[in-house]
Every structure is written in structure tokens, then in C-alpha cells.
Write a new protein. Structure first.
Lengths: 119, 768
């Protein structure tokens, strides 16, 4: 099962549809806080999270997941911000994210990553 | 309230009513001068030799009307000096104190000895006149002193007190020639000292008037009259042969009256500035003043020489005149320096050049040597001046280069940030489109997933094309290529149309949208007004949580058509109000969406000659955007000529621009619009013209040769008091900081070159 944390409605919807087509059960969260609440209800094996989100940002969520749910795999995605996106993804990697993907990515790429995490 | 009329002295006066108790008093304030002069002439002809000595009364009068008055003026002038650092103000402090204490010092030192009293009084008054003249002449000098102004002020007070003490001691000890014999009147020395003092007071009056011919200052007006009254009073004293005679009393009382005028001047200046501040620094400098100053330096040297003639005799006459020539050359340059040298040579010739008994050849030789040395002095002074001006020009150039580099750097930084944000904005829809494409590739075409994915594709392509369209529009506006197709529109109708379309397309389905619109007409481009409305609605939707309301109102307020869009979103952090209209700046949280929309709204509104603002009561309390456009008359309604078509009315416009091409283009564009246009090349010229023309609008280039546009704007605002004056900055610098600086300096509008004729007309129409 996957928790998908992404604030943009259409991005979240399209990615959810693609993941469901690939056979994953997906639960949506519009913010990091929502993702954490969903995880506390029922723990998911994988978290896919955007790094830039309102309220608590991606880094806070990642940290909370690492601390409270160390067995959950984390994939961080980012479309970049004021600084270059590679900076943020590199930083995400440093704090223990399992995989990073720059936006826009091919869904097949993401599926490859997810398969490699399952193993 | 303002008035404008001749004041009997042939120069135009323009003053807000605040300056003077009433227009009549200010205009007729000169009347006592001819009346008193006539009275003195009458008393002189009558030659009444009766003496009415009343030492105590004189002391009280002079203490009240001269000493106290001078202390008040000196206090205000000191405060202003500390604030402004004008050399003129410092000399004014010295001058007014010499004058104020002249009478009291004379009485206290003299103790009934008329000669001593007269000597102390006359010498103090001479010093007062000299300081005043110097002060007026130097009033247009730049500020000095910086952090040491307090010390300068202290030094001025100490010097004044010291000189007064020396004068009193010298008079009491009989070191100076006899000034006055009761019954016979003043000696030649006294007539020269007092006469030159009168001349200097009159010269100060005339110089003050000449300097403030262009810029009205109530301080200059009253102060000039006060000095003229002093000169008149001294004239009465000069021609009286009997101390304490009726004529002498009239002279003394005239001086007391001048104290009232001087205090009036100080208070008028203080009220005008509303900061207990005397401003002497607004007058433009005049080449004639430098020549006049050279003459005064030589005159002072002559007076000094005559004063000590008995002690010195004809010895070392040239030495007395070197300082005068040096000062004239240093201050005024070659012309005034040469004039001072020639006048001094004549004076040396008349006073006897060398030692007594030497032949005429020796005299000529001394004069020739003097002239030769003076040529050298003038040459050196000029070289010093040149070096100084070159150094300050180089300094200004370095400063300008640094400013330009900074502007370039910040422009390049802004560009980097812009590109980073742009790539972010474009990547977000691409990410959604990429995922949707994947879904469409795999899902069956009729399935729910495929339908939803198609929805994503539709929305995101629309979003992207609007984003790109907005970006292109901003590019066009920046390049001055976006033209408006204006027509007379009902703003309420256009906005209602947009809201209706949005309602029908279910974009408000998760929000409560309300619309309250009163008809109000504008001259505008329908498509652009729709774009403005749509972008504001889009922004409101983006930041308002589902279930909350968005309110749209349209109406007329103070001849402006006003569109308001209020949301119940997260609101704005304090200080974000200005930045939110910049490209790609968003509310906290970087929620996806376009940072282009609001920037485009502002540019489009400004293109229409309007303004847009945002207000928020802080985070969590929602935001209100307010668009103001110039209201127009209802079509076919010809009965209201005043309101709508102000654009067609002729305005008085002043253009201050040093670049000839730019100036001529602006002038031509505005003259075509039927306006009365005048131009100036620099700030000083602009100030003079502005005082003369009383323009409705002034266009100012920020980079002027003599002062920057900000300074000019501040001065123009100060000179016009609270009255209406539209100020437009025309500049090559378009950074937000430049704009803020312009608004801080008092500009109403900040235009970045090149300015289109259309934009110019719009701006004039909204300002005038």
C-alpha cells in the first residue's frame, strides 16, 4: 500500500490513477500532516511525497516517518523551487530517503523504483 | 487655500494662508519703513536738540525687543543648523546675536558715557550686518559639518561672545577712535562704520529678496523686512547729532520694531515647516551673488583698515587686502577674485600704498606687486577649485557606477529567480500531464480512470496555456507592445459576465461566490478587464479553502470605478502587500499555481491608468484586492463635463530632463495632447520654472546633472506646501526598490523608460 502526499490536485489524481493501474492500493494526502495522520491510522509500506507542500513541508514529513515508522520506504519527488531541485533531492537523500525523482518523471521510472524498493 | 498676487515690490508671491496671519498683513508689512523714514527726515529738518535720557527705559525696551527676540531667532536657527548644516544658518546665529546684544551691551558698558555706548553699539551692529550678509550669500552652499555640527555651533556662540567682550573692552579702554560727541554727532569713523553697516543690511535685504524671487519663503519675506527696518533705524541714529533726542529715539524704536519682524520671520518659518525649522537652503545660487560677495569682502577690508587707521597709519596696507582677495577667489572663482583684486588695488592706491614719505614710484611698485600677487592667488584658487570639482565629479561618477552595477546585479539575480520559478511553474503541469498520459496509454478508453485522466489533461493544458499567455502578455507590456482597444464599458456588466461564466463552468462549486455590482463606466479594453477579473478570481479560489466565501463588488468611489475581490483564505503576512504583485512571488507555502497572474493584473490595471492594491488583516483573515480605474461618463450623458473626460483638459506640465532627445520627445507627446508644456534641463532650472509656472504635473528624470530627481521632488513638494501637484518619475531604473525610493520621495507615479505616448496621456489624465 502507498500513501501519496502531494498538494496539487491534478498531479495527485493522475499519479494515483497510474499507480492504481499498476496494481497498487493508493491513499491520498494533500499535505504532510494528512499523510502522517493516514499512516498513524494504518501504516503503509511506501510513502511518495512532494518536497514542497503547505503546512508542514516534505522534509518534516520525511523526518517524522523515519523516526516513527522506520520500516516504511520513502520516495521524494520535487519540481524544484527557488534553488535548484537537485539541491533539495540531494538533501532528501542525506536524511535517509530511499529514492528521489525530479519532476516531471516518467511513471515507468517511478514504477521501476517502487519495484526495486519491494525487493 | 492659496493666493497669488503682486506685493508692491514687483515680485510674485505665492504662499499658503498658513504662512502668514492673513494675506493683508504680509503684503503691507513693508509700510512702516517709508513712514518711519519720512518721520526721521521730518525730525532731522526740525532739528530738535532736546535730549530725553531714560537709560532704564532704553535698557528694558532693547532687552525685550532686541535681546530676547534675537535669542528666539538664534534658538530656532541653531536647531535648523543642527538639522541641515547650512553655513548660512550658522552665520545667521552669529549675526542675530551681535544685533540682539548691541543695545544692551552698549548701555551696560557705557554707563552714561555716550561715546562708549555709541562705539560698542555701532561696532556690534557692524558685525551683525557683516554676518548677516555673509550668511545670506552663503545660504546656497551645501551642507557642512556632519556629526561635528554641535561643535561648530558651540564655536559660533563662543566666538560671538568673545568678540562682543573684546569690542566692549576696546571701547571702554579707549583703544578705538572717538565715535560720538554729544551735540556734534558722529565722527567720520563712526559715520563710515555705521554707514557700511546700513549698506550691508540693505544688501542683505536685497540679496534675500533676489534669492527668493523664485521660491517664496515666508521666512525670507519677513526677515528681509526686518533687516530693512534695522537699516532704517540705524539711518535715524546715524543722522542724529544729539544722543536721546527725538530723532535718536525714533531710530532706537525702529530697531525694536525690527525685532518683532525677525521673530515673526522665525515663527512663520517654523509654522511653515511644522518642525520648528528655518529653511535657508532652498534658494538657487546666483553668479551675481559671488561678485557682490567679492565687493563686500573688499569693503570689509576697507572698513577694518579705516577703523585702525590711527594705530596703523599707512603701514602695510596691502596685507589688509590679501584675505579679501583670497576669500573672494576661493569662494567665487576667477571673476570675483579678479574684481576683488582690482578694487583692492584702487583702495591701496587711495589709502597710501607704502610707508609715509616714500615716493610715488614706490607706491606704484607696491600696487603692482600687490596686483601680481593677486594674479597668483586667483590662479591658485582657481586650480584648487578645479581639482575640487573634478574630485567631486569623479566621486559622483564612481557612485553612479556602483549604483548601476548594483542595479544590474539585482536585475540579474531577479532574472535567475524568475527562471527558477518559471521552471517550477512549468514542471508542475508537466508532471500531471506525464502521469495522465501514462494512464491514458494503459487504461481502457471508457474506463473511469481514463475519463479522469482526460480531465487532468484538459485542465492542465488550459492552465499551462494561460500561464504562457500571461507570460507573453507581460513580455508585451514590458516591451510596450500591448495596445488597448478601449471602449466605453460598464465595469459591472463585464465583471458580472466573468463571474457568470465561472459559475456556469462550476468553478465555484466548492466555494460560496457572491457578486454585488453597481453600474460604473470606464474607458477600457473589454478583454483585458475580463483578464484582470479572471486572474483575481483565480487567485482567490487558489487560496480559499473549500466551503468559504469569495465576495466580488463593483461600484463608484470618488470618481474611480472600483472592483473588489475578497476571499476568506489564509491572508497575507505583514509586509507581503507590495511583493505579491511581483513576478512569481506567492503566499507562504509555495502552493502550486501561477505567480504570474497578479503581476499581470497590476500591469494591465496600470496600463488602463488605474491602480491595484491588496489589504489583509493578517494570516488567516482573508485578503481583499482592490482595483481602481478612472471612471468615465455614462455613454450619451453629456451633462457632466468635469468628471469623466479630464484626459482632454489642458494641463500645465513641466518636464525636467537633461537628455535633449528624451525631453523633446516628451514635450512633443504632451503638446500634442493639448497641454501647456515647459521644460528645464536641470533641477535648479526646474525649481525656478515650477515657482513661475505652478504646474499641475511635473515629469522628472531621476538622473539630473545637479541634483537627483528624488531631491527635486522633495523640494517641489516642500515649495508647494500641501497643494495639489502631480509628480511623475521617468527613469531607466525599474527595480521595485527604485519605485519605493520614488514613492518615498513624494512621486505619485514611477514610469520606466521608454514611456509610450499613450501611457503618458493616461498618467497625466489620472493625476491632473
Amino acid at each position: 500500500m502507498i500513501i501519496l502526499a502531494e498538494d496539487d490536485v491534478d498531479q495527485r489524481l493522475a499519479l494515483k490513477l497510474a499507480l492504481e493501474l499498476a496494481g497498487y492500493a493508493v491513499r491520498e494526502a494533500a499535505s504532510g500532516r494528512e499523510a502522517l495522520a493516514l499512516q498513524r491510522q494504518r501504516a503503509a509500506g511506501i510513502l511518495i511525497t512532494d518536497i514542497f507542500m503547505p503546512e508542514s513541508d516534505g522534509f518534516e514529513v520525511i523526518e517524522a516517518f523515519r523516526r516513527d515508522f522506520p520500516q516504511t520506504r520513502i520516495v521524494a519527488v520535487s519540481g524544484g523551487g527557488e534553488r535548484t531541485r537537485s539541491d533539495y533531492l540531494a538533501a532528501a537523500k542525506l536524511i535517509g530517503v530511499d529514492a528521489t525523482l525530479p519532476k516531471p518523471f516518467d511513471v515507468d521510472e517511478l514504477l521501476d523504483v517502487l519495484r526495486s524498493l519491494d525487493r | 487655500v492659496s493666493f497669488q498676487e503682486g506685493d508692491g515690490h514687483g515680485y510674485r508671491m505665492h504662499a499658503p494662508a498658513l504662512n502668514v496671519p492673513s494675506g493683508g498683513i504680509a503684503r503691507r508689512a513693508y509700510l512702516p519703513i517709508p513712514l518711519l523714514l519720512a518721520a526721521m527726515a521730518g525730525l532731522w529738518l526740525a532739528d530738535l536738540r532736546e535730549s530725553y535720557v531714560a537709560l532704564r527705559l532704553t535698557l528694558v525696551l532693547q532687552f525685550l525687543f532686541m535681546t530676547l527676540a534675537s535669542c528666539v531667532v538664534a534658538y530656532l536657527a541653531s536647531r535648523s543648523f543642527l538639522a541641515r548644516g547650512s553655513v548660512g544658518l550658522l552665520l545667521l546665529v552669529c549675526g542675530i546675536l551681535f544685533w540682539g546684544f548691541s543695545g544692551v551691551m552698549a548701555l551696560v558698558t557705557g554707563r552714561g558715557d555716550f561715546n562708549v555706548s555709541v562705539t560698542v553699539h555701532n561696532l556690534s551692529v557692524w558685525l551683525a550686518a557683516f554676518c548677516h550678509l555673509m550668511g545670506v550669500m552663503l545660504s546656497s552652499q551645501p551642507a557642512r559639518g556632519g556629526s561635528q555640527r554641535g561643535w561648530w555651533l558651540l564655536a559660533a556662540y563662543v566666538a560671538t561672545a568673545g568678540v562682543l567682550a573684546v569690542v566692549a573692552r576696546a571701547a571702554a579702554a579707549g583703544w578705538v577712535p572717538i565715535f560720538f560727541v554729544q551735540g556734534e554727532g558722529g565722527t567720520l569713523v563712526r559715520q563710515i562704520v555705521l554707514g557700511s553697516a546700513i549698506v550691508m543690511f540693505i544688501a542683505s535685504t536685497l540679496a534675500l529678496r533676489a534669492q527668493y524671487r523664485a521660491v517664496y519663503s515666508s521666512f525670507a519675506h519677513w526677515y528681509a523686512l526686518g533687516l530693512a527696518l534695522t537699516a532704517a533705524g540705524l539711518f535715524g541714529v546715524l543722522i542724529s547729532t544729539v544722543h536721546s533726542s527725538a530723532l535718536n529715539w525714533t531710530g532706537v524704536l525702529t530697531q525694536c520694531l525690527s525685532g518683532v519682524y525677525l521673530v515673526a520671520a522665525a515663527f512663520a518659518a517654523a509654522r511653515e515647516s511644522r518642525a520648528w525649522d528655518i529653511s535657508l537652503a532652498v534658494a538657487p545660487s546666483d553668479a551675481r551673488l559671488r561678485y557682490a560677495l567679492a565687493v563686500m569682502f573688499v569693503a570689509a577690508a576697507v572698513a577694518l583698515r579705516l577703523l585702525f587707521h590711527e594705530v596703523l597709519g599707512p603701514r602695510a596696507v596691502p596685507v589688509t587686502f590679501f584675505p579679501a582677495v583670497i576669500l573672494a577667489a576661493l569662494y567665487g572663482g576667477r571673476g570675483p577674485g579678479t574684481l576683488a583684486a582690482l578694487l583692492s588695488a584702487v583702495a591701496i592706491g587711495l589709502l597710501g600704498a607704502g610707508a609715509a614719505g616714500a615716493g610715488e614710484v614706490a607706491d606704484l611698485l607696491v600696487v603692482a606687486l600687490f596686483v601680481a600677487s593677486c594674479v597668483l592667488i586667483v590662479w591658485i584658487a582657481e586650480a584648487i577649485q578645479k581639482v575640487q570639482s573634478r574630485a567631486s565629479a569623479a566621486e559622483a561618477q564612481v557612485k553612479l557606477a556602483a549604483e548601476r552595477r548594483q542595479a544590474l546585479e539585482s536585475a540579474s539575480r531577479a532574472k535567475d529567480e524568475f527562471l527558477a520559478m518559471l521552471s517550477h511553474e512549468l514542471r508542475n503541469p508537466l508532471a500531471a500531464l506525464s502521469s495522465a498520459a501514462h494512464v491514458l496509454k494503459l487504461a481502457e478508453s471508457g474506463s473511469e480512470a481514463a475519463i479522469k485522466a482526460r480531465g487532468v489533461v484538459e485542465r492542465q493544458t488550459k492552465h499551462m496555456s494561460r500561464l504562457i499567455g500571461d507570460l507573453l502578455d507581460i513580455g508585451r507590456i514590458n516591451a510596450g507592445k500591448l495596445g488597448l482597444e478601449r471602449e466605453r464599458l460598464d465595469l459591472a456588466e463585464v465583471v458580472s459576465g466573468v463571474v457568470g461564466v465561472w459559475r456556469r463552468s462550476a468553478r465555484f462549486q466548492r466555494h460560496l461566490a457572491s457578486l454585488a455590482a453597481q453600474p460604473v463606466w470606464v474607458d477600457a479594453d473589454r478583454a483585458r478587464i475580463e483578464q484582470i477579473t479572471a486572474n483575481l478570481l483565480d487567485n482567490a479560489l487558489k487560496f480559499t479553502p473549500a466551503g468559504r466565501s469569495i465576495a466580488v463588488t463593483v461600484g463608484e468611489e470618488d470618481t474611480a470605478a472600483v472592483l473588489r475581490v475578497s476571499d476568506q483564505g489564509q491572508g497575507l503576512a505583514a509586509g507581503a502587500e507590495d511583493r505579491i504583485f511581483e513576478l512569481f512571488v506567492q503566499g507562504d507555502g509555495a502552493r502550486g499555481g501561477m505567480g504570474v497572474g497578479l503581476a499581470l493584473v497590476r500591469r494591465l490595471v496600470e496600463l488602463h491608468g488605474g491602480s491595484v492594491g491588496v489589504s489583509s488583516e493578517g494570516p488567516g483573515h482573508g485578503t481583499t484586492f482592490t482595483v481602481r480605474l478612472p471612471a468615465a461618463a455614462r455613454p450619451g450623458d453629456a451633462s457632466s463635463p468635469a468628471g469623466p473626460h479630464r484626459a482632454a483638459a489642458s494641463r500645465r506640465i513641466l518636464i525636467v530632463e537633461d537628455n535633449d532627445d528624451a525631453r523633446q520627445m516628451l514635450e512633443a507627446a504632451l503638446a500634442l495632447g493639448g497641454h501647456e508644456v515647459r521644460t528645464a534641463r536641470d533641477g535648479a532650472g526646474g525649481l525656478v520654472l515650477a515657482a513661475d509656472l505652478l504646474p499641475d504635473v511635473v515629469l522628472i528624470d531621476i538622473a539630473l546633472p545637479d541634483m537627483d530627481g528624488y531631491e527635486l521632488a522633495r523640494r517641489l513638494r516642500a515649495a508647494r506646501g500641501g497643494r495639489r501637484l502631480g509628480l511623475v518619475a521617468v527613469t531607466g531604473y525599474g527595480q521595485p526598490d527604485d519605485q519605493r525610493r520614488a514613492f518615498d520621495a513624494g512621486f505619485d507615479v514611477h514610469l520606466v523608460k521608454p514611456v509610450s505616448a499613450q501611457r503618458l496621456r493616461q498618467v497625466i489624465a489620472t493625476l491632473a
